[in-house]
Design a protein around this ligand. Structure first.
Ligand SMILES: [Zn+2]
Ligand SMILES: [Zn+2]
Length: 424
């Protein structure tokens, strides 16, 4: 084979697209019910947007971005995540001027140079929302409820919501020092990445995936105990809302996000059906991000859910069957003279709102009937020498196997009638 798709990418074939569409349509419908509106941003942005918003020292920025210089000498990056572009668009287009909370959703590919493994791709796809303009914990509850509702609507069970608060620029520095104090005696035993984190971003030590680091940091101080009054009130209110909405969760002090613009709520949705890479998606509050990107201080919260991961779980749970796409009508043309009238018939049926198909490979009648079966057609119209001579078409009901002649002029209305549910 001469060409192969790039490593870490997927072709989503017609057998799989109905499932993808089901996932995306479910998400769109729920977003509509929750009052979120779609936003589409470019596939690429100035590199600086991501270095700024995600931080130079993150793995994504330092090792995983698809960055290149364009012909104009600009440094460009294929978006590795969805939030920064949405916030950039919010600021640039002054969506704040519309007043109220901007409730936005997106469906987008993201690009990361990752080591390909189950559930991780170099082009992956995400569903996400961003709610910008309020720091009310009820909005946190709404965003989390939407994410959980989405999975429930898809039939995905066996998942859990993991919750934490990462504090704010007032209380986090205090916690950071407590954590450093705790880790100081064994910092040289941590992995290289964590030793760097110890200096630059100690909170990130807490979500290190290495067993050794996890063990050493198991008894790290709990950030919840270091929260300031405002952050604690917010966290308590959110928990009360989730309880009232009957959304179960577990609090995990090891769930963190590293940067100062991430504030208060952090959450992740995990499924044991995903194995070790068990996060389906996650999100949190980012009250400092709009300002970081050049807008006025504006609070916000959002999440991103992986489509590929949702699909892995759907398949794992045996929920991946999407309804097979079938055609309403198959037109069987016998002989070259029948091709043109068949084509006209096909066009008339399609313009009347039906799906219709014919054979383009000069199959025999038997071959065409097999094709009609394979396509799942409810009605087959046959056009041969005899029909042409009489100005009729043979209409065959593929379920009852009944067939009759129908005048050409009357075919479309008769097919419509035959397709009606009472004839099914
Ligand atoms: Zn605080
Ligand atoms: Zn580590």
């Amino acid at each position: 084979m001469r060409y192969q798709r790039p490593r870490g990418t997927n072709d989503i074939l017609p057998d799989d697209t109905p499932l993808w569409n089901r996932v995306e349509e479910t998400f769109r419908t729920l977003c509509k019910h929750y009052g979120y509106h779609e936003i589409r941003t470019p596939i690429f942005e100035d590199t600086d947007l991501f270095t700024r918003s995600m931080g130079e020292h993150t793995d994504v920025v330092s090792k995983e971005m698809y960055t290149f210089t364009d012909r104009g000498g600009r440094l460009i990056t294929l978006k590795p995540e969805g939030t920064a572009p949405v916030v950039r668009a919010y600021v640039e287009n002054n969506l704040a001027a519309q007043g109220g909370v901007s409730k936005l959703y997106y469906i987008t590919p993201i690009f990361r140079y990752e080591r390909p493994q189950a559930g991780r791709y170099r082009q992956a796809h995400q569903l996400g929302v961003e709610a910008i303009g309020s720091q009310h914990p009820a909005l946190d509850a709404e965003v989390i409820a939407l994410a959980m509702h989405f999975y429930r609507e898809m039939g995905i069970t066996r998942l859990s919501l993991v919750l934490n608060s990462v504090g704010c620029p007032v209380c986090r520095p205090v916690y950071r020092e407590r954590l450093r104090e705790f880790a100081k005696p064994f910092v040289h035993e941590l992995c290289d990445a964590c030793q760097t984190r110890f200096d630059l971003n100690p909170l990130r030590m807490l979500d290190c995936k290495r067993e050794r680091c996890r063990t050493l940091l198991h008894d790290a101080p709990d950030i919840i105990e270091s929260l300031c009054e405002e952050c604690r009130t917010h966290f308590d209110a959110l928990r009360a809302y989730l309880d009232a909405l009957q959304i179960p969760y577990v609090v995990d002090k090891h769930l963190v996000r590293g940067f100062d613009y991430y504030t208060k709520t952090a959450f992740e949705i995990v499924s044991d059906a995903l194995g070790a890479q068990n996060a389906l998606g996650g999100g949190g509050r980012y009250d400092g991000l709009v300002e970081e990107i050049g807008g006025p201080p504006t609070p916000g919260i959002g999440f991103a859910l992986g489509i590929e991961r949702a699909i892995i779980v759907l398949k794992e749970l045996g929920l991946a069957q999407a309804k097979r796409e079938t055609v309403d009508v198959f037109v069987a043309a016998l002989g070259e003279d029948a091709t043109l009238p068949a084509l006209q018939l096909l066009q008339a049926l399609r313009e009347a709102g039906m799906s219709a198909e014919m054979d383009y490979q000069r199959r025999s009648l038997k071959g065409q009937m097999k094709l009609a079966d394979r396509l799942g057609s409810r009605i087959t119209l046959m056009l041969g020498e005899e029909e042409l001579a009489q100005g009729v078409v043979t209409l065959r009901d593929m379920v009852t196997k009944e067939q009759r002649f129908v005048p050409v002029d009357d075919v479309v209305p008769q097919v419509i009638r035959a397709l009606q549910p009472e004839h099914a």
